[in-house]
Structures are given as structure tokens and as C-alpha cells.
Design a protein around this ligand. Sequence first.
Ligand code: AMO
Length: 439
Amino acid sequence: MEYLLRDLRRTHYTGSVTEDVIDEEVTIMGWVHEIRDLGGIIFLLIRDIEGRIQVTAPSKKLPAEILEDIRALRKESVVAIKGKVQSSSKAPNGVEILPSEITVLNMADQPLPMDPTEKVKAEIDTRLNSRFLDLRKTGVSAIFKIRNQMFKSIREYFADNNIIEINTPKLVASATEGGTELFPITYFEREAFLGQSPQLYKQMMMSAGFDKVYEIGQIFRAEEHDTLRHLNEAISIDMEASFMDDTDVKNILNDMMVKLINDVNDNCSNELDILDYKLEVPQGKFQDIDYDEAVDLINARGIEMEYGEDLSREAEKVLGDAMDDFYFLSGWPTEIKPFYVMPCEDQSQKCHAFDLMYKNLELSSGATRIHQYDLLVEQMIAKDLSPESFESYLKAFKYGMPPHAGWGLGADRLNMVLTGVENIRECVLFPRDRHRLTP
Ligand code: AMO
């Protein structure tokens, strides 16, 4: 049995084995998805990243050794198959391969820890324990193909709008989002933390004169939450822009979202079909509701909520039901938003912060930032933070910090919206939650 590629190379992915290549000799490589031995004829289904193709081995037409090789195959083994393409009215794509050479590149052990063929439904924990097998399922890989399109569209949008990609440290000295949700680590002889947001760095880049920046990177949150929409390691898409306010960056977020959803519909229709999900393109400007108005609406619908509180899960649900799919929730109380958010000039108990919601799911938070050193220090003190521990950040505000605004958008939550899945773990290859640190 051969295990090395040597001169063997793939000539076609399964997706290009079509009626266009009938009578041609092709070499495909992939996994043995299914073996059906009917005695006189054996059918194999071979799977690769693009799909599946039938390999048909009639015993009368093929040498005994090829049939022996096929009979020795075990499901999920990795093979290279050379053969001629012929039309077949019964094969799933109207064509099949008549094999002339089978090379086993790696035989899979049996029994498999889980079935990757989608015939048997497994619990999420079983699936995540053998995630490499779970990811072989068409319905699971579809989520990640859509995720790939999501990042492609977003990067395109940023590039088209002259927004510069940056990378900032994830090993940090202080909190940004309120202090309680940090993972401490040992950094040589001192304590440090895993970054919970690139917030301080993206703002410092405004003082650096980079005008408009974005970062797509890991955020770490030591939250105890064990929900369908929280992870302890997530991907955040962050942007920050100078000489703009919250209205301007909301428009950017709105435009980007519309482009993204159009792109996913245009380029991932196959994946959406596999997931049996219809993605509605939002029309024009998103609805925008003021926090005060939202509190009234929530109370009117029978869920008690006081001004100044964050929304409970029930409050998010009734609000989501009352609004369009995508909507902004704006004009938050200063008290419950981070120190760096600009208070309103006329009523400082309110601030220029907003969230972008999809139904009852918070997708993004953003705001106009405080760009004046004195006000920033004042807000830190008001929130019981010590300006000394933010010295290197504050310095950037003393020597020419422009007015600026920005937002952070949860990529894994956005992926949920684009695929219709209800558990955020489905959208992450190897999720990190309260109970899971492997694989
Ligand atoms: P915030 O803390 O609201 O804002 O985070 C921004 C977005 O990131 C996503 N997110 C998460 N996703 C999964 N699991 C988590 N534990 C988690 N935490 C956050 C959400 C959320 O809306 N610095 C600000 C952003 C800014 O103002 O620019 C910030 O981090 O989708």
C-alpha cells in the first residue's frame, strides 16, 4: 500500500468532475465518505472540500486487485483515485468515475469517534470533542465557508474605504471594558492580562494620525456566562475613525452590513441552501431607537425595566420583536457605558454610545470617544479607575488627539446571523467557553 504522494497529484476537485470532462482521465483526492458493496458492483463516494463524487467499480470490468483494494478500504480513509469520467443517470451529479488506480494515502481506524456523514445527529459536546471529524460535514463546513466570505467582504469594504489594517498587542497591562472580565497571566515577574478589546490601541492610532483603522483579532473575556452567545475567546472586528462622530461610524457599519449580506447571498448561495437558510438583505438605513424610548417600549410590553439599567434578556427579546431585524439602540446612559465614551453636551447622564442589534442579539457596540485629556481623566475617576494605570494611553491625548469614533463588532455573532445557527460555538472552529479548553 502506498502512503506517499510521490508523483501523484490531483487533477480535479470533485466540483469540476462534471459532464464537461466525460471520457477524460482524472485524479481526485479525498476521504471515503461511503462504501456500498453490492457484490457485482461497488459504489464509493469520495468527498473533498468541494463536495462528493461517485466512483463505480463493476467487478466484470475491473482487475481483481483494484476490487481487492476497494474492499479493504475503511470509511474516512484518505485516497487518491485515478479513473475515467463517464456519464451516469444514477450518480448524484450525472457523472461517475470508473477507477483504474486506487492509492490509499492513509487508512482510517474504526470505529470512528463520531459519524461525519450527517446521518446521525450528535450532541454539540460530542461533536466538539471530535471537531476535525465534525468539520468534515457539509453542513458544518458551510458555516466556515460563509465565515470566509464574511471576512473577505469586510476586508474589501475596509480597503475600498481607505481604512488601514492594524495589529495591536493581546498581552496587556490593564483593563479596557470595566475591569472584572480579564484573564490574568504571568508576564515574567509581573502580572499581565489577555486583551479584552483593542480599544485603547485603536484610539492611540488616531493620535498617531492613521485617520481610519481596523483590526480583526482575538478578544479574551473571563466572563462566567455560559450562554449560546458568549465565548471566552472571540473575534472582534474593530474600527476607529478620526474626525468622525457616532452618526458617521454608524453609517459605515450600516453600509458594510448591507454589502456583506449582498456578498454572502451572491457568493454563498450553495452554502445557504445546505443550511436551509434565507438571508434577508436589509433595505437602506437601519432603524435607530433612543435608549429612553426603548425603555418605555419595553415597559409598555410588560417587562419591567428602569432607566439606567442594561437590558435584561427578556427586555432584549421584546425590543427585538418590536423592531426591524437590524436596528441601532442609541443614546445610552453614561453610567453603564465605558469611561472612554463621550457624554452628551446638554445632558451628561446620557452619552454618544450605540449598539447594533440583530433581533435580540447585540452584534456591535460603538461610540463617539472622549478626545479631551481632562474630560477623560475625569470620567476615569468617576468610574473608580486610576488614571495612573492608564498613563501610556492618556499620554496620547495630550499632544494632538483628533475627535474620533468607532465600533467593535463580534465576528462570531455576526457569523450566527449570516448562517442562522443558534449556538455561537457552531461558528468557531475550536470554541473556548466556561468548560472547554480542548481541542
Ligand atoms: P463590547 O464589549 O460591546 O465593546 O464588544 C463588542 C462586540 O464584541 C462581541 N462580544 C462577544 N462575542 C462573544 N462572546 C463574548 N464574550 C463577547 N464579548 C463581546 C459582541 C459585542 O457587541 N471596545 C468596545 C467596542 C467599541 O466601542 O469600539 C467593546 O469591546 O458582538
